[in-house]
Design a protein around this ligand. Structure first.
Ligand code: FAD
Length: 284
């Protein structure tokens, strides 16, 4: 289908971009267009103006900030997955990004677009949530920080206010002793996950000291598997870990669709959480 008519602006500065969004409540930011343009073509969205963020160098790149890595919102998935800094300091982000879509989408789609779109079926929100990332937004009024736990509000709804631009996200470096894995169940013809599980695990002497787990597509927003995280504290690799992972669907509310009914998604969450934890912990 052909989108409804819209105006298009490509600001040359962040201030101009904030101004363009603030002056028109029906304007929308345009990043890689990999989610927004299909919505326009299906006429599920009809913004009056698209504010293209493609000329704002402040929004691109990956930066080492000591105890965290800052990933600019307009950094493409391809740049993120190839970044040596992301691979060394926050490997869970790199290895999950490599599972997103296909090379063509990864060259256009952006890290920030994936977060701002707040699709519970997207892979990166659960990762940023599991790692306790902090999102940074800017509007004509100034800058503010939003913890990932408060950013994903509902289905396709983030905590961004009208007129706000996502600048990027801070991803804390977890340090030594952590292992990571992203386990994703998807149809072979498509990369979108039916269910995904992001896991970061600190292991010592055959048991798990700490675990962070984010669930993809198990509710209207990405979720933390808090019950499993608590049960894994001090759990020995083997049966104790298996038992802890049985709680992976607790507190979730997956929807049913053509690909999976809620019960099947709950089953997947348990199985994939166990696999993700075992792999992250380096357990056979
Ligand atoms: P856009 O489409 O440009 O924008 C999306 C939304 O975010 C819009 O509402 C826009 O206004 C808003 N927005 C974007 N950037 C900002 C910003 N800086 N500040 C404020 N608002 C902003 N994703 C997965 O996670 N896993 C997959 O397996 C997967 N498979 C895909 C397969 C296909 C064929 C396609 C087309 C997409 C797929 N995606 C997948 C989605 C892809 O990852 C997109 O990159 C992502 O959803 C949106 O990023 P974008 O840069 O294209 O954002």
């Amino acid at each position: 289908m052909i989108p409804a008519t819209f105006d298009y602006v490509r600001p040359g500065s962040l201030d101009e971009a904030c101004q363009a969004l603030a002056s028109d409540e029906d304007a929308k930011a345009l990043a890689g267009g990999q989610s927004l343009l299909p919505l326009l073509r299906l006429r599920l969205a009809y913004p009056s103006t698209l504010v293209d963020l493609g000329r704002l160098p402040e929004l691109t790149g990956v930066h080492d900030r000591g105890d965290h890595v800052f990933i600019g919102a307009m950094t493409t998935h391809d740049e993120v997955m190839r970044s040596s800094l992301v691979n060394s300091a926050c490997p869970l982000v790199a290895l999950t990004t490599a599972t997103v879509a296909d090379p063509a989408v990864r060259h256009r789609g952006t890290f920030g677009g994936s977060l701002a779109h707040a699709d519970p079926a997207a892979d990166l929100p659960a990762v940023v949530l599991a790692l306790d990332g902090v999102l940074v937004a800017r509007s004509a009024e100034g800058e503010r920080e939003i913890p990932a736990a408060e950013f994903f509000v509902d289905y396709l709804e983030s905590a961004l206010r009208p007129g706000e631009i996502l600048l990027g996200a801070r991803i804390p470096k977890l340090g030594d002793g952590w292992g990571y894995h992203y386990e994703k169940f998807h149809r072979t013809a498509q990369a979108w996950p039916i269910v995904g599980v992001a896991a970061a695990v600190r292991r010592s002497n055959g048991s798990i000291q700490e675990a962070r787990i984010g669930l993809t597509n198990m509710g209207p927003t990405p979720l933390r598997a808090r019950a499993v995280e608590s049960a894994l504290q001090g759990a020995e690799l083997g049966d104790q870990v298996r038992q802890a992972c049985e709680q992976a669907a607790e507190g979730t509310s997956p929807s049913g669709d053509l690909h999976a009914q809620p019960d099947y998604r709950r089953h997947l969450a348990r199985v994939l959480t166990h696999r993700a934890i075992r792999t992250a912990a380096g357990s056979p």
